[in-house]
Design a binder for this molecule. Structure first.
Ligand code: SF4
Ligand code: SF4
Ligand code: SF4
Length: 232
């Protein structure tokens, strides 16, 4: 077996293992959740009086004709994730979850995320955790067999994942009061996107792709740059 194929097979088996474990964990959580929300009556014990959430109005009266329903908002996970470069407008109906783009990314930027109420995963990435390197040959797009990731027509076209935003208080230059650091300026692959105004970097909102390379390189802790994602 070729070295490339060996690596590919290894990668696939790791993801397969992750999927299996993720499914098992997800099933376990569902069971616990079911038990918590729908407790079974215990033998030889009187059924407990139902305790309603604070603020609920159980009995309708003239004053309050309708009972108040206190809804629990579901935590929406993965709100901070972006789709891969070139994601088509029909991405979710075209992507089969084959993970070929994930295997093709040389920087291991993409990872599968299982969609809510669906038995399928879709590739995503988190530019605030691991940046997309905007590879000139777009290996992720080339690997997609379903046209869910569409090649960019012009070489100048860049993806738009989001926009970089400076968190001024964490910037080293703000802390030192001197132009100590310019890592974001040096790293940004898009010309004239990072400029300096005094000691602080300013990010062009029109040309910034939201790739996250500046976030990755920012030496400050906490990071002084955050990518605000555009909605997919
Ligand atoms: S452009 Fe390059 S770094 Fe970005 S997701 Fe595609 S293969 Fe990975
Ligand atoms: S400013 Fe940051 S996020 Fe925007 S294009 Fe440059 S490196 Fe990427
Ligand atoms: S890389 Fe971070 S610390 Fe350095 S100038 Fe840019 S925002 Fe400030």
């Amino acid at each position: 077996m070729k070295r490339k194929d060996l690596f590919r097979e290894g990668f696939k088996s790791v993801f397969q293992f992750t999927f299996t474990k993720a499914d098992e964990i997800s099933e376990a959580i569902k069971e616990v959740w079911q038990e918590e929300t729908d407790p079974k009556p215990q033998r030889n014990t009187k059924p407990k009086k139902e305790t309603l959430p604070k603020g609920s109005n159980p009995t309708p009266s003239r004053k309050n004709p309708k009972p108040t329903v206190v809804r629990r908002r579901k935590t929406r996970m993965f709100q901070t994730l972006s789709l891969p470069p070139g994601a088509s407008s029909e991405f979710f109906s075209l992507c089969t979850g084959c993970n070929e783009c994930i295997f093709a990314c040389p920087y291991a930027v993409l990872f599968p995320v299982t969609a809510e109420n669906q038995n399928q995963s879709f590739p995503h990435f988190d530019p605030n955790a691991k940046a997309c390197h905007l590879c000139t040959d777009w290996p992720c797009i080339s690997a997609c067999p379903e046209e869910a990731l569409v090649p960019y027509e012009m070489s100048e076209t860049t993806p738009k994942f989001g926009k970089a935003k400076l968190l001024k208080e964490f910037c080293i230059n703000e802390k030192t009061g001197e132009p100590t650091c310019n890592a974001c300026f040096v790293t940004c692959p898009i010309e004239k996107t990072v400029k300096f105004k005094g000691n602080l970097p300013v990010f062009s909102q029109s040309s910034c792709t939201g790739c996250g390379l500046c976030v990755e390189t920012c030496p400050s802790f906490p990071k002084a740059i955050q990518i605000k994602l555009i909605k997919n």
